[in-house]
Design a protein around this ligand. Structure first.
Ligand SMILES: Cc1cc2nc3c(=O)[nH]c(=O)nc-3n(C[C@H](O)[C@H](O)[C@H](O)COP(=O)(O)OP(=O)(O)OC[C@H]3O[C@@H](n4cnc5c(N)ncnc54)[C@H](O)[C@@H]3O)c2cc1C
Length: 305
């Protein structure tokens, strides 16, 4: 089997950023992702006339380089600023729009859940149900608990022990409501965040709300069924919103690894062979910019190798 020069596991913001930077410097890569779509936690759910960003809500850039990327996406119609928070950006038509913008023209293969990663005489062997690939260099950008599972046979797994990620249960509901706010935050409440998703630019007109539970509440109810999660979250959200109609859409999403509680403290890791690279938002923090920074650092490390 011939070897791909670089395989990137995960087509979230970290993996896409790494692949984009490599492509811009003339290095091809293949991205593998278990999802049906790309973007990972930059995600958008669509239904009949409704739409919800059920992962990242919006992005507020800190560095000028990241802001420049978002401004470029804005100019090219893939992002827009929030009307009441113009320093923050959302993807168009949903948050996944940003992922698609960064991923344009890249070789992205979906519905592939990599199950094993093994060192061979010539490089790395990756395998999954019904397939496999060999690679000279591998970049892994999946949430840390999933990375540990894949790294058991490498020198890196121990280094990740200290990283912690919190879960987040998310409710998506379409309904008329008396609430006048677009965003509500209360980190001490069971429901820590509610957003009128339909108030973002370029969204369908139907009132759509996204609510996120606190880490404690999410941990307590993590193993409940999605129907149970939707019900217990709706009970709490309905009162806060003052719902005036029956929901026309109701669904819950369980993010098992949502937000970094304790980061690694460095932008990425590289194994002792210099051919395996590991990164993700969890290296530096809990935001999309942390993912982007890690992706840039991974590309630099691959190019330096
Ligand atoms: C509920 C929620 C709200 C958030 N709100 C904000 C916000 O408002 N602002 C902000 O800046 N950030 C926010 N974030 C954080 C932001 O979404 C993340 O920091 C960023 O998207 C992480 O990107 P990533 O590429 O590192 O990881 P991910 O997006 O998780 O990408 C990893 C990818 O790896 C794939 N994968 C995993 N295992 C395998 C495997 N074995 N084989 C193949 N593929 C695999 C997954 O399918 C996924 O696509 C939020 C996150 C959540 C969950």
């Amino acid at each position: 089997m011939s070897s791909a020069p670089v395989i990137i596991i995960g087509a979230g913001l970290t993996g896409l950023t790494c692949a984009r930077h490599l492509a811009d410097r003339g290095v091809d890569s293949i991205l593998l992702d278990k999802g049906r779509g790309i973007g990972g936690r930059l995600s958008t759910r669509r239904g009949d006339g409704v739409q919800f960003d059920h992962g990242a809500q919006y992005i507020t850039p800190d560095s000028s380089a990241f802001r420049a990327l978002l401004e470029q996406a804005e100019r090219e119609g893939a992002a827009a600023r929030l009307a009441d928070k113009p320093e923050s950006f959302v993807g168009l038509p949903g948050m996944t729009g940003l992922a698609k913008f960064i991923g344009r023209g890249l070789d992205i293969r979906q519905n592939i859940r990599v199950q094993t990663l093994r060192r061979s005489n010539t490089g790395w062997g990756l395998s999954w149900d019904g397939g496999g690939l060999a690679a000279n260099r591998v970049v892994m950008t999946v949430p840390v608990p999933q990375a540990i599972d894949l790294l058991v046979e490498t020198s890196l797994s121990r280094a990740l022990d200290q990283v912690r990620m919190d879960p987040c249960l998310t409710l998506m509901v379409a309904a008329e409501a008396e609430a006048t706010f677009n965003m509500f935050r209360d980190p001490d409440a069971d429901i820590a965040w509610i957003a009128r998703d339909s108030s973002k630019p370029g969204r369908p007109g139907t009132p759509c709300w996204v609510a996120q539970a606190s880490a404690d509440f999410s941990r307590r109810h993590l193993e409940s069924s999605q129907e149970e999660i939707a019900e217990i979250m709706l009970q709490r959200v309905a009162a806060k919103l003052g719902l005036t109609s029956q929901p026309t859409y109701l669904s819950a999403h369980r993010w098992r690894y949502a937000l970094t509680a304790h980061p690694l403290g460095q932008s990425h890791l590289q194994d002792d062979t210099g051919t395996l690279f590991v990164g993700g938002d969890w290296c530096l923090g809990a935001s999309a910019e942390d993912a982007w920074q890690s992706g840039c650092a991974l590309a630099d490390a691959v190019l330096a190798g």
